[in-house]
Design a protein around this ligand. Structure first.
Ligand code: DSN
Length: 411
């Protein structure tokens, strides 16, 4: 069988892949949950490991021919354990929401009470939003951020915990820019007898590099996706204390999933290997420097930034009072070759499809090599787009392409 023949066999798909690759090279990616996986990670994904079925766990599979896959999965597990100081790791979850579903299934019964951060305050759909399985299956009580400081209101978390006696407290977010006091969450959980669950999907790479506090040694269970700041393939893992290993494994398979995607496991292992290298520490440090500089540049230009800045890789720009919404800003920037995601601000008067802000993140631009100088230039280009007309957007698009040419992503 021949390989490498996508172009010859399927010109339509080859064209789409080529154009999307060119778009990623020539445009600026500021979506906080995206990154550019390394060629080695991508190579691992496109291997015949994609063909194998491996339901079960190393040494205990429901299909033959898994000796080599067992070796792979054990290696992925041991690298992840080293990276996060974890007692137990399950590397099979296919993505973040299924991983979170497995965590709930491992520790709770439908109808149980859970505390989680509100979506419009920076939480995630799978942390109890009413349209999501989590909000439909479990009794979520939602805490928020302080309306003045933009910081998680730990007094409210404690008050709600004492009032509702949740079986689990979820800490984690997809749009919160500040360091989390994991021990404070654990102390509240201990007071009311709740399990602690951290969803570190956004900040896992920064934690692995030692740039942010690590909840894994403190919390009962922690989930993360592998493709955001961790810069691996799309996918997820669950980490927990050894005493919960069996129930977490059972919840992932056969509870939530069938066969793991072994090519994805290989790519995760490659990414964990990369994150264990000293270069990755420098990368994570620069991600945070870039985000801080970027947030400050927006503030210097008169924009509002939720909580006044950032401790991690992202921040929310609040356009209320500017005469345009986050959706308008997203569209304008898209025309200029800059991708951001619209975002609610805490207590947003506008709906999620047309919210007041945008979320901006630096993992991808840092991977392509941007440092403070490029970040400052980028913010001034973004301001020209936001305040200018469509013609100005097209002029900026040319400048963005020039900037991107200096910092190529994929050859
Ligand atoms: N969709 C991801 C994000 O953008 O944060 C979370 O699942």
């Amino acid at each position: 069988m021949k390989t490498n023949d996508l172009k010859a066999q399927d010109a339509e798909i080859f064209s789409i892949v080529s154009r999307e690759t060119a778009r990623q090279n020539s445009e600026i990616e500021l979506i906080a949950s995206e990154n550019y996986a390394s060629p080695a990670v991508l190579e691992a994904l496109a291997t015949p490991l994609a063909n194998k079925y491996s339901e079960g766990y190393p040494g205990k599979r429901y299909y033959g021919g898994n000796q080599i896959i067992d070796e792979l999965e054990n290696l992925a597990i041991s690298r992840a354990k080293q990276l996060f100081s974890a007692e137990h790791v399950n590397v099979q979850p296919l993505s973040g929401s299924p991983a979170n579903a497995a965590v709930y299934m491992a520790f709770l019964e439908p109808g149980d009470t859970i505390l989680g951060l509100k979506l419009d305050h920076g939480g995630h759909l799978s942390h109890g939003h009413p349209v999501n399985f989590s909000g439909r299956l479990y009794n979520f009580i939602q805490y928020g951020v302080d309306s003045e400081s933009g910081l998680i209101d730990m007094a409210e978390v404690r008050r709600l915990a004492i009032q509702h006696k949740p079986k689990m407290i979820v800490a984690g977010f997809s749009a919160y820019s500040r360091e989390i006091d994991w021990q404070a969450f654990q102390d509240i959980a201990d007071e009311v007898g709740a399990f602690t669950f951290a969803d570190i999907a956004h900040i896992a790479g920064l934690i692995a590099a030692g740039e942010l506090n690590n909840p894994v040694p403190i919390f009962d269970v922690v989930s993360t996706t592998t493709h955001k700041t961790l810069r691996g393939p799309r996918g997820a893992i669950i980490m927990c204390k050894e005493k919960y290993a069996a129930q977490v494994n059972r919840a992932v398979f056969p509870g939530m999933q069938g066969g793991p995607h072994d090519n994805m496991t290989a790519a995760k292992a490659v990414a964990f290997g990369e994150a264990l290298q000293s270069e990755f520490k420098g990368y994570a440090k620069q991600v945070i420097i870039n985000a801080k500089v970027m947030a400050q540049e927006f503030i210097n230009l008169g924009y509002k930034v939720v909580s006044g800045g950032t401790d991690n890789h992202l921040f929310i720009v609040d356009f209320s009072g500017c005469g345009y919404s986050g959706k308008d800003a997203e569209k304008k920037l898209e025309l200029a070759g800059i991708s951001v995601s619209r975002s609610t601000i805490p207590n947003d008067p506008n709906p999620p499809m047309n919210p007041s802000g945008i979320r901006v993140g630096t993992p991808a631009v840092t991977t392509r090599g941007f440092k403070e100088e490029e970040i400052k230039k980028l913010v001034s280009l973004m301001a020209r787009v936001l305040e200018g007309d469509e013609g100005e957007g097209l002029i900026v698009k040319g400048e963005i392409e020039n900037l991107c040419r200096e910092f190529p992503v994929y050859n």
